[in-house]
Design a protein around this ligand. Structure first.
Ligand code: SF4
Length: 292
C-alpha cells in the first residue's frame, strides 16, 4: 500500500483495511492539532486509489470485511468520486460489511441527507467527527472553523441518513480559564447531536502547534489531572444521551472510562468522585504510559 506520511486511524478501526484516499486535512488550521501539519491537502488520483485497492486484494484476497478511509477528511471528496471508490471496494471485496471514514462538520454539511443516504447504501456505516468542544468561544480560539449549531446540523444529517456517528471531544481544550464552561457546553451540544459513540480524549499540547506557542507565552494553561477528571465528571453528569457508548479509554486519558449511557451514569460518577476526592495519582495512568 502506498501510504503517504503518518497514517492515523481510530482505535476501533484496528482490524480494518486502511485506505488512504486523501492526503492531509482539508481544514488543517486547528491550533491544537499536530496530525497533518506537514501535508498539503489533496485528493489522491483515481489511478493511485485503484492501485492501492488492487494491492490490498493481492495481500488479503476477498477476506476484507471492513475498510477505513483516511487521511483527515475524505468525506470532502466530491460525491461521484467517493461513490466510485465505494463501488470499487464492493467489486473487489464481496464480503465487505462496513466502510468507515473521517469527516468534519464542514464536509458533512456539503452533502445533502440524500447524498449521505446514497453513501449509506454503499455500506458507509460510520463517520468519525471531531466536535472537540461545544463552547463557541473555545471553537473560535482553536480555529475549528465551525460553530456549535453547524456541528448539531451535521449530526442531524448523519443520523437521518442512518449512518453511525462517532464524536470526539477534547478534555482540557478550554484551558483552566474555561474548564467548566467547556465541559458543560460540550455536553449541551452532544445532547443535541445524540451520537452513537463519544470518545473523550485528553488534550496533549504538542510542540510545533500554535497552541504550544500560546502555552509557552502564558496565554494557555492546561487544567491539572484532577481538573481534567472534573471536566469528564461534569460531562457525564450533564449527559442526556440516549443509548450512547461513551469512552475515555484512549491512551491520552488519565482515567479510563467505558460506559453505556444513560445506564452506567451513576456508577461512573461515583467512581470519578472517589478518584477526584482522593487526589491519589496512583489511581491515574502514569505520564509515561500516555500517548496520542
Ligand atoms: S483536528 Fe481535524 S479538522 Fe482540525 S486540523 Fe486536525 S484533522 Fe483537521
Amino acid at each position: 500500500m502506498n501510504y503517504e506520511g503518518l497514517i492515523i486511524r481510530p482505535p476501533s478501526e484496528a482490524d480494518s483495511l486502511i485506505l488512504q484516499v486523501t492526503v492531509g486535512c482539508s481544514h488543517n488550521r486547528c491550533t491544537f492539532c499536530p496530525a497533518y501539519k506537514q501535508k498539503q491537502f489533496r485528493i489522491k488520483s483515481e489511478k493511485d486509489i485503484r492501485c492501492d485497492i488492487e494491492q490490498a486484494a493481492r495481500m488479503y484476497g476477498d477476506e476484507v470485511r471492513r475498510v477505513f478511509l483516511c487521511d483527515g477528511d475524505p468525506l470532502i471528496m466530491p460525491q461521484e468520486r467517493l461513490i466510485e471508490v465505494l463501488n470499487l471496494l464492493h467489486q473487489t471485496f464481496p464480503k465487505l460489511q462496513r466502510i468507515g471514514i473521517y469527516g468534519n462538520a464542514k464536509s458533512i454539511l456539503r452533502k445533502s441527507i440524500e447524498e449521505l443516504a446514497a453513501l449509506r447504501q454503499k455500506k458507509l456505516g460510520i463517520i468519525y467527527m471531531g466536535l472537540e468542544s461545544g463552547d463557541p468561544v473555545v471553537l473560535d480560539k482553536v480555529q475549528k472553523g465551525v460553530v456549535p449549531e453547524q456541528m448539531i446540523e451535521a449530526a442531524r444529517r448523519v443520523r437521518e441518513a442512518t449512518i453511525k456517528l462517532n464524536v470526539t471531544v477534547l478534555l482540557g481544550l478550554g484551558g483552566r480559564e474555561r474548564s467548566r464552561i467547556h465541559a458543560q457546553e460540550t455536553m449541551r451540544v452532544l445532547n443535541k447531536m445524540q451520537p452513537n459513540h463519544v470518545a473523550a480524549l485528553t488534550l496533549m499540547v504538542v510542540p510545533g502547534t500554535p497552541l504550544y506557542e500560546q502555552e509557552q507565552r502564558g496565554e494557555f494553561a492546561l487544567p491539572d489531572k484532577f481538573e481534567l477528571l472534573a471536566e469528564l465528571r461534569t460531562m457525564i453528569a450533564e449527559s442526556a444521551l440516549d443509548n450512547c457508548l461513551f469512552f475515555s479509554n484512549h491512551a491520552s486519558n488519565y482515567f479510563p472510562v467505558q460506559a453505556r449511557l444513560p445506564r452506567d451514569k451513576d456508577k461512573i460518577i461515583r467512581a470519578l468522585d472517589a478518584v477526584i476526592a482522593s487526589r491519589d495519582e496512583r489511581c491515574l495512568r502514569s505520564e509515561f504510559m500516555r500517548a496520542l
